[in-house]
Design a protein around this ligand. Structure first.
Ligand SMILES: [Zn+2]
Length: 204
């Protein structure tokens, strides 16, 4: 689900020094937030915890652009560190909420409804992440930034994670509702792993 090198690394500052880099970072942020917002609406509607975990992952990825943006605007390394820690804390808390929700569905199962909408939200997650991956890879190659290219590859991997939500909707539809908390928990483990990696980076 998350290959090696998949981390919520703070954006490279050199990336933000170029107009092309800033544009790619801002566009990625907007696309991921819109994707997660639409997925959030479907979550409230359907109660799918797999979808909840995926959208939390997408918000987390969107937020990783914030610390360096803050450092860039305030010209402060200290501000970047604090913003980075705040983002890691926010991702950790939301990851724990996703895990808690998934585990409570094992104990007291609740039906997942509106399965076509859940599948569509997964497709949206796929499309959003693929789009972000293209934005980052294109800009990364143009300004020759390994950091941006790595983030582009990260988004490409996350597109596959979103397909897990489509698979969940299909498996629940054929009569195995336990697929929802199982996939929700798997995606949560991925979120917690990248939270840990981000923490290691911010702390350094
Ligand atoms: Zn990710």
């Amino acid at each position: 689900m998350h290959g090696p090198g998949h981390s919520h690394a703070p954006m490279d500052e050199d990336v933000l020094r170029s107009r092309e880099g800033v544009r790619a970072v801002v566009q990625s942020l907007v696309v991921l937030l819109i994707t997660a917002g639409a997925q959030g609406a479907v979550f409230f509607w359907s109660g799918s915890v797999a979808l909840l975990a995926d959208l939390i992952h997408n918000v987390g990825d969107a937020l990783t652009a914030v610390p360096v943006g803050v450092a860039f605007l305030l010209h402060s390394k200290r501000a970047e560190k604090w913003a980075g820690m705040a983002v890691v804390a926010a991702i950790l808390v939301s990851g724990l909420i996703a895990g808690y929700e998934a585990i409570s569905r094992f104990i007291s199962p609740e039906p997942v409804t509106h399965l076509p909408a859940v599948a569509l939200a997964g497709v949206l997650g796929y499309v959003g992440n693929r789009w972000v991956s293209l934005i980052r890879l294109r800009a990364g190659e143009k300004i020759n930034s390994p950091a941006l290219i790595a983030d582009g590859e990260h988004a490409r991997a996350d597109a596959i994670v979103s397909l897990g939500v489509v698979a969940t909707a299909a498996v629940v539809a054929v009569g195995l509702p336990v697929a929802d908390p199982i996939i929700g928990l798997l995606i949560t483990v991925g979120i917690l792993r990248i939270t840990w990696q981000s923490w290691a980076l911010v702390r350094a």
